[in-house]
Design a protein around this ligand. Structure first.
Ligand code: PMP
Length: 424
């Protein structure tokens, strides 16, 4: 029996299970930026597992830290009482030390979805403490991705996800990406006094849409004018993905709430974090008469804390950030050279090793079926990547070398040429 019959995932089809078509792509080993499937074929992983294994598949320092922690204190709690693990205390301090003041207080969870949800709940909690009980609305961008289920799913701009959640979609309203005029109008329409927060991804992972120059500052000013909290979701962009610890900090535009995940442990342990400012901490969290009613069993898991510390050690001297900027620029340059000769490539954009390659079928957006075809051609060429309805999203491990970047381009362009040839 095909094991894929038991393991259920989003893109599975009965036909693929019955014909065994997907069995050969089960992965069994990884090294650097490469993964090997059960039949022995190596793939260049330009999606870094799920955009998270920033240090690649053999980050020895992270493995050592995690196994050491497993032997010392493998489990601890953090949510309710006052005995967190020593490693959680140390990691919290080290993590906030990497961020500018006043982002000085952190809470841990297991997933980005859990922490974007916690960000909204914390924003509303602060309002409640301040007696502003009708400040509940949140504004997000349509192409944004902030997770799945409940509030996180409502923040995410996907209609399919909202349809599943209806009629329980909380008070979230969406605006087209980086349309600042529409954002200001939406704030006015809903009444700024009813809006608790605006959530942004400084570079949106879906389609790789970076905030235009000045946009983050503009949104920060809008929030300040109306007393709205700014939530920055840096689950994807944080920990070096764009060549900086945090895009917001790099732009000197600080949010009230910062959500981190993915690269936080290089994906070696499910860990995410919510960082807030001194002001929010003092106004609400630290008040003895109020308890923030949110938290899950594995929050602040000591093995995740140990992995997080090892990742900070790897990033500490900043050399990886410089590497990401240089290799990312090289990769974009090479892709642009090919864009001139490969009819399918319409645009190459991004920051650091977060790169979008937008495709066009003549004047049309290719759509889901064409993009699946391209993804399959890439897989046959030994290249793994994620796609949206029009864009190839490249987020390889940050340790990608220039030679590997050239190999990535070679495989990608070869796959696009194969698709074009099959059509003509
Ligand atoms: N925010 C962003 C920007 C993300 O890219 C993701 C995951 N792709 C999430 C939140 C949700 O994180 P998780 O999948 O860990 O719940």
């Amino acid at each position: 029996r095909n094991p894929h019959d038991a393991l259920w995932y989003n893109s599975i089809t009965r036909e693929a299970v019955d014909t065994g078509a997907i069995e050969s792509s089960a992965m069994s080993r990884g090294k650097g930026c490469w993964v090997q499937d059960a039949s022995g074929t190596w793939y260049l992983d330009a999606r870094a597992a799920m955009w998270n294994t920033t240090l690649g598949y053999d980050a020895e320092r992270v493995v050592e830290a995690m196994t050491g922690q497993l032997r010392r204190l493998p489990v601890a709690q953090i949510i309710r009482y006052e005995e967190p693990s020593d490693v959680a205390l140390e990691y919290a301090r080290r993590l906030v030390d990497t961020l500018p003041d006043p982002l000085n207080h952190v809470r841990f969870g297991s997933t980005g979805s859990q922490m974007t949800t916690a960000a909204v709940l914390l924003s509303r909690f602060v309002r409640k403490v301040a007696g502003q009980t009708d400040r509940t609305k949140v504004i997000a961008f349509t192409n944004g991705y902030h997770g799945t289920g409940g509030i996180a799913g409502a923040l995410t701009g996907e209609r399919q996800m909202h349809a599943l959640q209806a009629p329980l979609v909380p008070d979230v309203h969406h605006v087209k990406p980086w349309n600042l005029e529409a954002l200001a109008k939406t704030v006015e329409r809903h009444g700024p006094e009813h809006i608790t927060a605006i959530i942004v991804e400084p570079v949106m992972g879906t389609d790789v849409l970076a905030a235009p120059d000045g946009a983050l500052r503009h949104i920060r000013d809008l929030c300040d004018r109306h007393g709205i909290h700014l939530i920055a979701d840096e689950v994807t962009t944080g920990f070096g993905r764009t060549g900086a610890m945090s895009v917001m900090a790099d732009n000197r535009v600080l949010p009230d709430l910062l959500v981190l995940g993915k690269g936080i442990t290089s994906g070696y342990f499910p860990l995410a974090a919510l960082v807030c400012t001194d002001a929010l901490f003092d106004e609400a969290i630290s008040r003895p008469e109020y308890v923030f009613p949110h938290g899950c069993t594995a929050d602040g898991h000591p093995v995740g804390m140990a992995a997080g510390l090892a990742v900070l050690d790897e990033l500490a001297d900043g050399s990886l950030f410089g590497h990401v900027r240089a290799v990312g620029e090289h990769l974009r340059q090479r892709l642009r050279e090919h864009a001139a000769t490969t009819a399918l490539i319409h645009d190459v954009r991004g920051a650091g090793l977060m790169i979008g390659v937008e495709l066009r079928d003549g004047d049309e957006r290719p759509g889901a079926a064409s993009m699946a075809e391209v993804r399959r051609a890439c897989q046959e060429a030994g290249l793994l990547l994620t796609t949206t309805n029009s864009t190839l999203v490249l987020m390889p491990p940050l340790v990608l070398t220039e030679t590997e970047a050239d190999e990535l381009v070679k495989r990608l362009v070869g796959a696009l040429d194969d698709v074009a040839a099959a059509r003509s």
